[in-house]
Design a protein around this ligand. Sequence first.
Ligand code: PNS
Length: 180
Amino acid sequence: MVLRAIYPGTFDPITNGHLDIIERAAKIFDELIVAVATNPVKKPLFSLEERVLMIREACAHLPNVRVESFNGLLVEFARSLDARVIVKGLRAVSDFDYEFQMASMNRKLAPDIETVFIMTSLEYAYLSSSIIKEAAMLGGCVQGLVPHSVLPRLKEKLAERGCISHSGSRNSNTEPAQGT
Ligand code: PNS
């Protein structure tokens, strides 16, 4: 029997913290599906297609990982793929309340699907997509915190929006990004 797991998120954009969880989960499960949520409520900086593409590039070295997008209920998407495990990363105590609530609701909706938590590596414990975007938008260097292919795309996107110049320095009248 193939042990298939699903790792959901908004990934706006994928960070090295996400990649660390993906690499570690890929060693535990036979197949791992990274499930990219549409999440229009969060008004992502990157389109769904861009987020999927960046994850595919970052995971190209992992043969048992594939990347799909979804909208609607996560547990229904997991069922449609015959995935019996949801993988989530836990960074700190502050993640716990939200993750406990999500895992409990998902369990109520689908008792046959189990949520498994992987503790983040300490070096990535402070990382989130939002803090990456905020730092980059304010002209900070985020090299080493996101996969290689994300860095130029992040700069390009923020320059397109007029937040930074094409060299990566901050335009003085910009506000930090919202969302994850
Ligand atoms: O990276 P994020 O933004 O923390 O990911 C959140 C995500 C996409 C995992 C979560 O919002 C989700 O599972 N959304 C799908 C809708 C759903 O099934 N919600 C839980 C039960 S109501």
